[in-house]
Design a protein around this ligand. Structure first.
Ligand SMILES: Cc1ncc(COP(=O)(O)O)c(C=O)c1O
Length: 502
């Protein structure tokens, strides 16, 4: 599938008219003009290829200069494995340690408060917490319904060690936390036990920003708090002097596109001694013996960094952070606020000729305490759901990149789409035959429920024309039905796309 042809003159005029209306409604957009300059230079490939990229929650885009700087660093240096004292090793260690300090500085985390562990991604950081947290009978693992699966997975460590697992529910239609229920659940813990409360600073499903005040509140009731910041930090400031979760997890490609393969776990020093690693590896021990069959773990972050770090990519994190700082996270946040505010208003205004709404949005309808992740489904004039996979396919044909499915966030989807515990049990009776595709079919049989949605997410390189083109695409579904839009030609199993013949 290629990109779209160059915009025609009438189309350019339409965009300009719509832009004038948008800027009048969201005047703050003008203050973000720096990002239009960068779009024309650093991110020009988007327009050269006529691509509309709206999957920033999946991964952000890198600026050209990030690649050039990283390439130049690799080209001009002799960088060896950091585990020795050779000149090549020492240079690498300096890069890695400088990047570590830069990240702590970026999040305003004082060295006396936090250590930073380099990981492969946010999921690896979450697994480190899960496997090392001292869950035990009598302790609790509390998590919100809208966690990513890499947080949900921690419950298997908690379960194996006999902890009690509870989920804090969300309230429709905004998918925010049920504050009263959460309060009760937080009060349930015995502060003498090892209790962990995990929540996303921003939901990767609904875009909801949960209150950061929950961190101190839960801590005061005897909980360690894990803040999954993966979807929050790309467009918002996280200040770890003002708010001090015990654990913070993130992936850098979500912030600035390059590099992939590097994430971080920030551990508050006061929580460090509670963690117990279930194994050791090269790089994590001060001393280990075969005959003595014993080992002494290294102190601090080194005990969590298994084997050789991704030492050629880590310096690119410093380059990415400097790039974000040169723009200013507040500028990015304002841009995202304006574009997502307009997108929400316009989507909700879309009507079929018979007056019925075309779109249903899962999450807040305004920009209040939410980010630029907008999740929705489309309906025909009779109120029947349109297949989100077909919508994604048609979007792709127009050069528009979206994300569809459940976004590894089953809990938010279950609440948003009204799926019940019985629905989920019916799915699990299929045994190993269950996957997203067979579950979607089952839910259609059980009352035409949706088991998936369409997600458009806005980030630092997005501009007005991208959102306009997406909206024009969605408006094209006016008066369309399942029959007129045709059938999808690929299947999605879990998170893998399977096309005919592939
Ligand atoms: C909120 C949230 N947490 C965790 C993750 C996992 O990130 P990764 O796949 O980079 O490990 C994601 C990825 O989409 C996310 O959105």
């Amino acid at each position: 599938m290629g990109g779209m042809a160059e915009s025609s003159a009438p189309e350019k005029l339409q965009v300009e008219e719509a832009r004038a209306d948008f800027v009048a409604r969201f005047p703050g957009y003008k203050k973000t003009a720096l990002l239009d300059d960068l779009r024309a230079t650093e991110y020009r490939r988007l327009d050269e290829l006529s691509q509309v990229y709206l999957d920033y929650t999946g991964g952000s885009l890198y600026a050209e200069s990030q690649l050039q700087k990283h390439f130049e660093l690799l080209r001009s240096g002799v960088l060896g494995n950091p585990h020795s004292a050779s000149p090549a090793s020492v240079v690498t260690t300096e890069h890695v340690e400088r990047t570590r300090r830069q990240i702590l500085n970026y999040f305003n985390a004082r060295a006396e408060d936090y250590v930073l562990v380099f990981t492969q991604n946010a999921s690896a950081a979450l697994k480190l917490v899960g496997e090392s947290f001292p869950f035990a009978p009598g302790s609790r693992f509390l998590l919100t319904f809208d966690n990513h699966n890499s947080v949900n997975g921690i419950r298997e460590f908690a379960r194996a060690k006999g902890a009690t697992i509870s989920y804090a529910p969300l309230v429709m239609p905004e998918l925010r936390l049920d504050a009263a229920r959460l309060e009760t659940l937080l009060n349930d813990a015995d502060p003498a036990r090892a209790n962990l409360f995990a929540y996303p600073a921003q939901s990767n499903f609904s875009g909801v920003k949960h209150p950061l005040e929950l961190v101190a509140k839960a801590q005061s009731k005897g909980w360690r708090v894990l803040l999954d910041a993966a979807a929050f930090v790309p467009t918002s400031r996280l200040d770890l002097t003002a708010v001090q979760p015990d654990f913070v997890t993130l992936s850098f490609y979500k912030m600035f596109g390059h590099p992939t393969g590097v994430g971080a776990l920030l551990i508050r020093r006061s929580a460090l001694a509670n963690l117990k690693r279930p194994w050791f590896a090269g790089g994590t021990v001060n001393f280990a013996s075969v005959q003595g069959q014993a080992h002494v773990l290294s102190p601090n972050e080194a005990a969590f960094e298994d084997g050789t770090l991704n030492y050629l990519s880590i310096p690119a994190v410093e380059i990415g952070l400097l790039h974000l700082q040169s723009i200013g996270i507040e500028t990015i946040a304002e841009r995202v606020r304006c574009l997502s505010g307009w997108l929400l208003e316009e989507l909700l205004a879309l009507r079929h000729t018979n007056g019925r709404a075309m779109v249903r949005i899962y999450g807040p309808a305004t920009t209040q305490a939410r980010g630029g992740t907008v999740t929705l489904n489309l309906y025909d004039p009779q109120g029947h759901l349109l297949d989100y996979r077909r919508v994604e396919e048609l979007a792709g044909a127009e050069g528009i990149s979206l994300r569809t499915g459940c976004f590894c966030n089953p809990g938010a989807g279950e609440i948003a789409e009204g799926l019940t515990e019985e629905d989920m049990r019916a799915g699990f009776t299929m045994g190993t035959e269950i996957n997203l595709l067979s579950f979607v079919r089952l839910m259609q049989e059980r009352g035409h429920k949706s088991a998936g949605a369409i997600r458009a997410s806005i980030g630092l390189a997005a501009n007005f024309a991208d959102v306009w083109r997406f909206l024009r695409f969605i408006a094209g579904f006016r008066d369309q039905t399942r029959l007129t839009i045709g059938d999808v030609s690929f299947d999605i199993e879990s998170c893998r796309i399977i096309r005919d013949g592939s």
